[in-house]
Design a protein around this ligand. Sequence first.
Ligand code: XMP
Length: 533
Amino acid sequence: KILIIDFGSQVTQLIARRVRDAGVFSEVYPYDVSEEFVRNYGASGVILSGSHNSTLEGDSPRAPQAVFELGVPVLGICYGMQTMAAQLGGKVENGLVREFGYAEVRARNHTSLLNGINDFVTHEGHGMLKVWMSHGDKVLEMPEGFKLMASTESCPIAGMADEDRKFYAVQWHPEVTHTVQGKAMLGRFVHEICGCKSDWNMPDYISEAVEKIREQVGTDEVILGLSGGVDSSVAAALIHRAIGDQLTCVFVDHGLLRLNEGEMVMDMFAKNLGVKVIRVDATDQFMGHLAGVTDPEQKRKIIGREFVEVFQAESARLPSAKWLAQGTIYPDVIESAGKGKKGQTIKSHHNVGGLPETMKLQLLEPLRELFKDEVRKLGVALGLPYEMVYRHPFPGPGLGVRILGEVKKEYADLLRRADAIFIEELRNTPYEAVVVPGFDQDGVPRNWYEATSQAFAVFLPVKSVGVMGDGRTYDYVVALRAVQTQDFMTAHWAHLPHALLGKVSNRIINEVRGLNRVVYDISGKPPATIEWE
Ligand code: XMP
């Protein structure tokens, strides 16, 4: 196993993730673990992370010296390189210019880490790597025993290696995807240099996570707010695997869920997995408080506040519960890390956001170290249905922000049915991808649902005139929205086939009495947002 020493970089978990991708078990520990901990850990190799600190500051963090005395390979990344240099007798200097972003480094001296994995070769025959850099300080003098491993114009010592002791260090970040050979470098380090086999996988992850949860909570009881979304669902399945009936889930139906969502959640958890789920139908309470409210932010606030109220009332009936479980995942942790020294601040999950401290519950967040796609894989490995685990994201306030203006139960009922038809047709329409023969076809979407990142219907509370049979109609409008995006920060509207759009429109108007017009949203983000409110 690989020990990752964290100096507080925002991307430390990415290192762990890449090592996991290489099939090797790794754990992240803060730099201030004891020397003894490091000696007894049993690491086959150690990776030192980056940091926003400078080794030139008096009290900046150092790796436990034991790291360099274990006799196992060590890889220093960015700050990890600088502290390695400083701790082993080299020199670090304050760079005059900060180097940030794309850089090309020249590999030197045929080290076993970089030899032969160039991105391109220059006219002079130098092997070059395309990497991502982010640093101010740099190594000025290498410690004794090291040789140059890589260089750039502005950073002559961009990589160094002591191949006898198997110490390697790079100034760039191999863990980010912008470093083209990053995955290959880390794979080489853990497999060839540390000698780890690719024998760690999701079932191993589950048994380790289960052990950890059992250790953490002992015989205590745990409550979890189940929303039906991927994260809370996977957290519920994992915690249930660990502690069975010590877990109680509270599923609040605010009346703004998708069609049959409540039944689906109950079937999946209560019926199939045998999880204790308390289902609270709070539709009337939510609708009551939303009556007459048209401002989107106001609506979000009300939905959030009522959610907390209902959840609290339910948990008051479980006075023996000592833990509150949440499906917080790693991107949530970074997003909210802010100025926190080691990125430890905890984001309040939007659904259970702002639960008062008086609840006196400890937080249990078993997915804190995982990325979304890993959470999905974990869900499938835990036996959750693939379709559920790979669903599009759904906002916490649900249909509340997809009914423009005032929210009414009548509107929600119409919207739910239109939305279900749209989603069903997206799932049923094959995606005609151009597949290049001989190329890896993994990840090619099978249908238009998989080919879009988020798709839904929006209810417009305006009436327009139509004609059906011999009669005139005067009914509401729905807009369809489908987008493609990597990160939800920017998005393109999806170029859905006209035949698909036509079929969805026909079905909605024919099957949902009360709607007589369907429009398609062709706005990108920016300037529009994905949701309409
Ligand atoms: P926008 O509309 O800002 O949406 O382009 C970006 C992503 O965020 C989701 N979203 C929300 N999720 N509570 C949530 O939990 C909210 O209030 C909320 N508003 C937007 C949206 O569905 C999209 O995936």
